[in-house]
Write a protein that binds this ligand. Structure first.
Ligand code: CUA
Length: 285
């Protein structure tokens, strides 16, 4: 489709530019008997040719769009992605498994994505795998995602959605099917941290538990990303920082420094509590 549009556009520009140059270089002014070819040219160049070109493109586009939606029928698996200012909620298996800011898929097959938003309009965009698809309040847009090669593919929000639009990123991680099944199984497990773990105690006693969920604990809020398997994720704050100990420490203490305007307030914790919480979060893998 892109090549057809490109070749047509080049042809039109060449013809129009040629006619302009011919007009500029013409020495004699137009005579009265030139009117007839002038009108013929307006009718052909202004109506007949555009009508043919646009009709052909319309038919081709409808055909390609039809092919895209037919492909969706073969999807074996569905993942729901819900955009939030400014992070991504990712739900597998009808919401049985909830994660954030990473979309894991098996390679070599169609995965159906249900895309929507919890607040303003965002846009789901993985340039290497699919075109931008808007995420609109109250509407679920369905697309098919497919990666043939295992690896990590960068995803970004493609629609301006507020002050941290630029730091609303995600990663699509494509695994070979067997590895994907193992990942999904692991993601479904509940982390076994002792009830008296100092990090767990500090986490549940702090403001963290007011917005986040960790399966198997009293932290069950869904305002912020689900942290059940946070330790295994590659980034913090939807791509704001890489997931390292110093970055996580800074983030928990005051995420506003790395991502001003995000909805997570600074945590009023002691140095010992902070270190314990970071340790606890990193252990959630
Ligand atoms: Cu979400 Cu831009």
């Amino acid at each position: 489709m892109w090549w057809i549009l490109f070749v047509l556009a080049v042809a039109v520009i060449a013809v129009v530019t040629g006619l302009m140059l011919y007009g500029i270089r013409r020495k004699t002014p137009p005579q009265d008997d030139d009117d007839a070819p002038g009108i013929r040219m307006i009718v052909i160049g202004g109506f007949v040719v555009p009508a043919i070109v646009l009709t052909v493109l319309f038919v081709l586009m409808v055909r390609d769009l039809g092919a895209e939606s037919r492909e969706l029928d073969s999807a074996e698996m569905t993942i729901d992605v819900i955009a939030h200012q400014w992070w991504w909620e990712v739900r597998y298996d009808d919401g049985r498994i909830v994660s954030a800011n990473e979309v894991h898929i098996p390679t070599g097959q169609q995965v159906k994505m249900n895309l929507t938003t919890d607040d303003v309009i965002h846009s789901y965009w993985v340039p290497q795998l699919q075109a931008k698809v808007d995420m609109i309040p109250g509407i679920v847009n369905e697309i098919a995602l497919q990666a043939d090669d295992p690896g990590a593919y960068r995803g970004i929000c493609g629609e301006f959605c507020g002050v941290q639009h630029a730091k609303m990123q995600f990663i699509v991680i494509a695994h070979a099917p067997a590895e994907f099944d193992a990942w999904l199984e692991r993601e479904a497990t509940v982390p076994q941290t002792p009830v008296d773990d100092p990090g767990r105690v500090a986490f549940l006693g702090s403001t963290c538990a007011g917005c986040h969920r960790v399966a198997g604990t009293d932290a069950q809020e869904t305002l912020g990303p689900d942290l059940t398997h946070f330790g295994s994720r590659k980034t913090i704050g939807a791509g704001a920082l890489s997931n390292t100990t110093p970055n996580l420490t800074d983030w928990v203490l005051d995420s506003q420094r790395a991502k001003p305007g995000n909805k997570m307030p600074p945590s009023p914790v002691t140095a010992a509590e902070l270190a314990a919480i970071v340790d606890y979060l990193e252990g959630l893998d």
